[in-house]
Design a protein around this ligand. Structure first.
Ligand SMILES: [Zn+2]
Length: 385
């Protein structure tokens, strides 16, 4: 892990080059984005003067890299070549460019994933790979097969927490992250280095909504994304800003399957009763609390079951998830147990709390509380348990 030595201007220049390469930018445009004046740039190059700390901080923030990166020989585990190979070659022009935000966000998560891939043995993931294999060999509704394989009873709601518990036991790494809101992302999944299944979910959505995201991403891992596709056995987190017709179809399918996993047909008769009494919108809201699934997802299912029509439930989809994802991470978001386990595992393998805070976007206090190093009542932001 990073150790801070006295940095030299030469070192900082080298690190700026490195960061620019990672982000697919010219170093001048990275510095421009970071608000560095030309004077500051020349001073660093010609007069070998160290830039002031606040400028370095903005640089770190703009590039999505930890401050340590610029101040020491410390390298993030991902080399530029590996990172770029895993992300589409896009031209990053504006600071507002979503590709730039997504790449910067994914850089942090991919780093975290790489640390995890070092700490977790391939054998630990074998049960999930085996589940994937067995689902592929069977015919039938994938949502139904998944519930059967995990031994989750269809009427035993809420299903979301049980789903997370079961697949984590099989080796899937579920991380809640505070960095997604910048990139307008809600969830992503990928096989890291070709073997480690990772689901990352935004803390800007509600916990109920996050169950849907996890179920959706799980269906991608089980049906759409193959582990170890590339020759080197490495697959980086994808940048999802451009989607073709095939991907859009996969999205719809994953949504549909996620709704069926969290709300199997056995729940239909309960839904019928509630909607009969309350109407579709109030009914969806009531069922959403009972089943611990977002009201939008319940609405989706009510339409499937012909208990509501799109126009009737459209009000549930405002404000959109996209707008929510843009919102700041929820204050006091209680990190789910599975993410705490990920944090503890990495901390025990020598990753510092500050670094974990950078990579996950969770506040340092939040991370310290999750690690059991700080009492919630002592934290400045009054982390809620
Ligand atoms: Zn998706």
């Amino acid at each position: 892990m990073p150790t801070l030595e006295a940095p030299s201007p030469k070192l900082i220049l080298k690190k700026i080059e490195e960061a620019s390469k990672l982000l697919g930018l010219e170093s001048e445009s990275l510095l421009e984005k970071a608000g560095w004046s030309e004077r500051l740039q020349t001073d660093l190059k010609d007069n070998e003067a160290l830039p002031p700390l606040p400028r370095l901080r903005t640089l770190a923030e703009t590039s999505g890299l930890p401050l340590e990166f610029f101040l020491s020989e410390y390298r993030i585990p991902i080399t530029p070549a590996r990172f770029r190979a895993g992300t589409p070659d896009v031209e990053v022009t504006e600071k507002s460019n979503s590709a730039y935000y997504q790449r910067k966000t994914i850089l942090r998560l991919a780093t975290l994933a790489d640390l995890l891939a070092n700490a977790i043995k391939k054998e630990a993931v074998e049960p999930f790979v085996e589940l994937r294999r067995s689902l592929h060999s069977k015919k039938g509704d994938p949502a139904r097969l998944l519930l059967e394989a995990l031994g989750i009873k269809p009427r035993n709601y809420p299903i979301g927490p049980k789903l997370i518990e079961s697949v984590t036991r099989l080796g899937v790494q579920i991380i809640y992250t505070g960095v997604y809101h910048e990139a307008n992302l809600v969830g992503l999944s990928w096989w890291h280095r070709g073997f480690l299944p990772i689901i990352a979910c935004s803390t800007a959505v509600s916990v109920k909504r996050s169950y849907f995201t996890v179920a959706h991403e799980l269906m991608h891992l089980l049906t759409d994304v193959d582990p170890g596709q590339d020759g080197e056995g490495y697959r980086c987190a994808p940048v999802p800003h451009e989607r073709g017709p095939k991907e859009r179809e996969e999205e719809l399918r994953a949504n549909q399957a996620a709704a069926c996993v969290l709300m199997p047909d056995e729940m239909q008769s309960d839904a019928r009763t509630v909607v009969g009494e309350e109407g579709p919108v109030a009914g969806a809201r009531q069922l959403s609390n009972e089943w611990e699934v977002s009201a939008q997802a319940v609405g989706l299912r009510l339409v499937n079951w012909k208990l509501a029509t799109w126009p009737e439930i459209s009000v549930l989809f405002e404000p959109s998830d996209f707008a929510r994802a843009k919102a700041k991470p929820k204050k006091g978001f209680s990190t789910p147990e599975r993410t705490r386990e990920v944090l503890r595992l990495l901390y025990d393998s020598g990753v510092s709390a500050g670094y974990l805070s950078w990579a996950t976007g969770l506040t340092l206090d939040r991370v310290l509380v999750d690690l059991g190093r700080l009492k919630p009542e002592d934290s400045a932001s009054r982390v809620r348990e």
